[in-house]
Design a protein around this ligand. Structure first.
Ligand SMILES: NC(=O)c1ccc[n+]([C@@H]2O[C@H](COP(=O)([O-])OP(=O)(O)OC[C@H]3O[C@@H](n4cnc5c(N)ncnc54)[C@H](O)[C@@H]3O)[C@@H](O)[C@H]2O)c1
Length: 361
């Protein structure tokens, strides 16, 4: 096994890229090799902050430093597939892909097919899974401490005013972003499955209530799991004037678990062992994205040094994307959607060449 650090570059120097750069830097086994953004000032700012080379063209970046082994794809969501597919197929790089990973399950299938052929890995980012509160509840479910779950509820009440959607052309579009359910809610949709298992059917209603955008900023939905558990969801970015909560509760056979806080970071109620609440909570007041990215790179170290499989598999990620699409399909078709059929939404991830051209090199 090589002793040289596992070399990682980042493409897309926007709001989330700094979390990747700082997290990579925490591990001596990893090297933050270079950053790239189409916008020269953004690339330069990150390059200067981390004292590493910066580029405006990722092909030139990879040519300049052939030792780069993995690339973080932190570009607009609708470009993840195109960028990752090229990095995998043409450049044979591992890819660490920001949420929602890809816009469609079919893109995920194709990306994994290309990755298997190229002999590289795809690492989807679902950093909330690493939150202490989430891990404590997961442990309580697996050990039987909570008993079987009966009802799962999710409530995300965040504030994204028009000026947020106006930050960049990709935001608030079905082609490149998706609305509250995809952009903000994907972590919580993922946690639904993480805690409750696979979903059998869903019924949802979406609205755009607080901004002039084509995507939904509010959704309410009902869920029935394969194991008979039932659930409900309220996710909105139309709360005003602030972000209030991203919470999740589980009514279980032997007790109640409630995770709240701004980003499922505080274990507020845990009846089997109430004293665990304080030690299983984290303060995210200065960082809504939490500490999960750092823990994720611990997994990348294990992969790089020992070849240990990453915790989010293709099957796992595909099921989350399929669940995501089922909510849109339910709203589109105005009926319950059975997840055993795997049709995709007609809106989420639909092609828009004009937008895509903005983010191509
Ligand atoms: N895990 C999380 O909690 C979390 C939080 C925020 C964002 N994200 C995800 O990260 C991605 C980026 O989000 P953001 O908020 O940082 O967006 P952003 O708009 O702030 O940044 C995206 C950057 O990508 C750059 N870019 C676009 N095409 C490029 C290309 N071909 N080469 C190089 N750079 C290119 C843009 O110029 C921009 O600077 C999205 O997919 C988003 O869903 C995840």
């Amino acid at each position: 096994m090589s002793k040289a650090p596992f070399s990682i570059a980042v493409i897309g120097c926007g709001r989330i890229a700094g979390h990747h750069c700082r997290s990579i830097r925490k591990y001596p086994e990893l090297k933050l090799a270079a950053v790239c953004d189409l916008v020269p000032d953004k690339a330069k700012a990150y390059g200067n902050e981390f004292s590493i080379p910066h580029f405006t063209n990722y092909r030139e970046m990879l040519k300049a430093d052939p030792s780069i082994q993995a690339v973080v794809v932190a570009t607009p969501s609708g470009m993840h597939f195109e960028h990752a597919a090229e990095l995998i197929e043409k450049h044979k790089k591992h890819v660490i892909v920001e949420k929602p990973t890809f816009m469609k399950p079919s893109q995920l299938d194709e990306a994994f097919r290309l990755a298997a052929k190229a002999g590289v890995g795809i690492f989807p980012v679902f950093q909330n899974r690493y939150n202490k509160a989430v891990q404590r509840v997961k442990q309580g479910l697996e050990s039987g401490e909570l008993g079987a779950p009966r009802i799962l509820a999710i409530r995300v009440r965040w504030c994204r005013p028009q000026r947020y959607y106006d930050l960049a052309p990709w935001r608030g579009t079905f082609a490149q972003d998706g609305g509250a359910l995809t952009n903000q809610g994907i972590h919580h949709i993922d946690l639904l499955r993480y805690f409750g298992g696979e979903v059998k059917k869903v019924n949802s209603l979406m609205k755009t209530l607080g901004a002039q955008i084509e995507v939904e900023d509010s959704v309410v939905a009902n869920v029935e799991f394969e194991n008979g558990v039932i659930g409900n969801i309220e996710i909105t970015t139309a709360a005003r004037p602030d972000d209030f909560e991203a919470s999740l509760s589980l009514v279980c056979e032997k007790g109640l678990a409630q995770i709240g806080g701004i980003a499922v970071n505080e274990l507020q109620i845990y009846t089997p062992e109430p004293s665990t609440c304080s030690v299983s909570s984290e303060d995210f007041s200065k960082n809504v994205y939490g500490h999960g990215h750092e823990k994720l790179y611990g997994e990348i170290v294990s992969f790089a040094l020992e070849g240990r499989p990453y915790s989010v598999s293709q099957k796992d990620c595909r099921a989350t994307l399929n669940l995501l699409h089922s909510f849109y399909r339910s709203d589109e078709e105005r009926k319950w959607i059975d997840l055993s059929t795997s049709q995709e939404s007609t809106r989420l991830g639909r092609p828009n060449e004009e937008l895509a051209k903005l983010y191509r090199i």
